[in-house]
Design a protein around this ligand. Structure first.
Ligand code: XMP
Length: 510
């Protein structure tokens, strides 16, 4: 099997690069930027990709790779920081940029024959985020693209097969980014032989070996894609030795418990329903801080599991790559990235946890999980459901969580989702949800003044949850939703629509 090796300089997008390469059917691994050359040789990569990163090459302690990676004789692609590192390591000139480029940037490809840009448009909309730039290309390199503000956007040394781009081809905001990776893999003469069918078989065998012939496992099902696919895979690995729990936290959507239990009938999974609503609300009383909420919810889930899982050794979680990346610098991967949010799946586990973890989807992105679910014949309705965060409505009920406020939020959310479905837009949207704001605004109803809460609506398109754009609703649909919420939900007198992209915002408000 051909492998690509990514050297991680701490970019939020390193895993996305891996995801794109895998999407093209090539297996790939990630090592920290400063991995020893022997370790890199052991992987026998067909090619190297150097990720971006939040540092400047001028910072003391900025991540550095062993320059011998340039003598391995395999093609190299440097992205953003990776390009600047190449510029510096190969004796070009790197300087702080005159204008910092952030966000959408138009570039013009100048090289007619560059194999990296083969078959691509000459003018491309790209996504950039950098403060330094390569001013003078190293000896042996030629410039292949420039941005509209005049900065060098790409360079290459054809003889040594070293390429570099200042933009991020891995994010979907960049036009034809996947094409660029396809070209790079062709330059490296990689075979496309990695797929999710093989992944499922290998993972099931790995889990069976890990759990052993006698142990039992437990899995909390949310009714969403991740936990269902994770449970299905584990059930396949250790048939009859997995019990699933559906824990009602009171933070789910309107009517969710019944519909989730219904959807598991006939799935082959053994599911037990547990009512822990009072416990969650109690533990959350008086807490407004988002990180504290997440930690409390994570801990309460774990407490319930531990109580309900006597005689069980393993716990299955549907943790995905984005949860892992955004919660902590990946262990052993250099730790160059910043913590954004503690996702409860990975951030809130107590040190004394008795259950051992199985996280079969830890290396996968959401759309890969959906594909894997199809391989495992999981119900299409579950696979098509919008993602819903583990902490549930708690991260959409800004401020303190009370049953009264949750009632308001659930009612608004139900109208929102129902109207999206009625308009036939559900499958076009990656994720949608209502958010209850912790402020009051003035309105007028009949002849009277109202002073009530606003509801914010969020709907995004995305392919992996790592980046997202706000969904362009037809105005009449928004009008209907707003009308119904203000008229039907007591305590709400205003509706706002969130038009922020991720980055710089996130999908959830907390
Ligand atoms: P953000 O808000 O970080 O969300 O842009 C990205 C995706 O992750 C979901 N999300 C979570 N999922 N536990 C989860 O299982 C969490 O704590 C959590 N927080 C956010 C979010 O709904 C979106 O799909």
């Amino acid at each position: 099997m051909h492998r690509i090796l990514i050297l991680d300089y701490g970019s939020q997008f390193t895993q996305l690069i891996a995801r794109r390469v895998r999407e093209l059917g090539v297996y790939c691994e990630i090592l920290p930027a400063n991995a020893a050359i022997e370790e890199i040789r052991k992987v026998s990569p067909r090619a190297l990709i150097l990720s971006g990163g939040p540092h400047s090459v001028f910072d003391a302690g900025s991540p550095q790779s062993d320059k011998q990676i340039l003598d391995l004789g395999v093609p190299v692609l440097g992205i953003c920081y990776g390009m600047q590192w190449l510029g510096q390591a190969m004796n070009g000139k790197v300087s702080p940029a005159k204008t910092r480029e952030y966000g959408f940037t138009q570039i013009k490809v100048s090289a007619a024959t560059s194999k990296l840009f083969a078959g691509m448009a000459k003018n491309l909309r790209t996504w950039m985020s950098h403060g330094d730039e390569v001013d003078v290309v190293p000896v042996g390199f030629v410039e292949t693209a420039r941005s509209e503000s005049g900065s060098l956007a790409a360079m290459e040394n054809v003889t040594r097969k070293i390429f570099a781009v200042q933009f991020h081809p891995e994010v979907t905001h960049t036009e034809q980014g996947l094409e660029l990776f396809r070209n790079f893999l062709a330059i490296a003469e990689c075979k496309s032989d990695w797929n999710l069918g093989n992944f499922a078989k290998e993972k099931a065998a790995e889990i069976a070996a890990l759990v052993g012939p006698k142990d039992h496992a437990i899995c909390a099902l949310s009714g969403g894609v991740d936990s269902t696919v994770a449970a299905t895979l584990v059930e396949r690995a250790i048939p009859g030795r997995l019990e699933c729990l559906y824990i009602e936290s009171g933070l789910q959507r309107e009517g969710e418990g019944d519909s989730v239990m219904e959807s598991f009938k006939g799935s082959g999974l053994r599911v037990r329903r547990i009512d822990a609503r009072a416990e969650f609300l109690n533990n959350l009383r008086g807490v407004s801080d988002p990180e504290k909420k997440r930690k409390i919810i994570g801990k309460t889930f774990i407490d319930v599991f531990q109580r309900e899982s006597k005689g069980v050794e393993w716990m299955v979680q549907g943790t995905l790559y984005p949860d892992v990346i955004e919660s902590m610098p990946p262990p052993g991967r250099g730790g160059f990235s910043a913590t954004i949010k503690s996702h409860h799946n990975v951030g809130g586990l107590p040190a004394d946890m008795k259950l051992k973890l199985i996280e079969p989807l830890r290396e996968l992105f959401k759309d890969e999980v959906r594909k894997l679910g199809r391989e495992l014949q999981v119900d299409e309705n579950i696979l098509k459901r919008h993602p819903f965060p583990g902490p549930g409505l708690a991260v959409r009920c800004l401020g303190e969580i009370t049953e009264e406020r949750l009632v308001v939020l659930r009612a608004a959310d139900k109208i929102y989702i129902d109207e999206i479905k009625k308009a036939g837009l559900y499958d076009e949207i990656w994720q949608a949800g209502a958010i209850l704001l912790p402020i009051a605004t003035v309105g007028v109803m009949g002849d009277g003044r109202t002073y009530e809460s606003p509801i914010a609506l969020r709907a995004v398109t995305s392919s992996d949850g790592m980046t997202a754009d706000w969904y362009r609703f037809p105005h009449d649909v928004l009008a209907k939703i707003s009308n119904r919420i203000v008229n039907e939900v007591r305590g709400v007198n205003r509706v706002a629509y969130d038009i922020s992209t991720k980055p710089p915002a996130t999908i959830e408000w907390e």
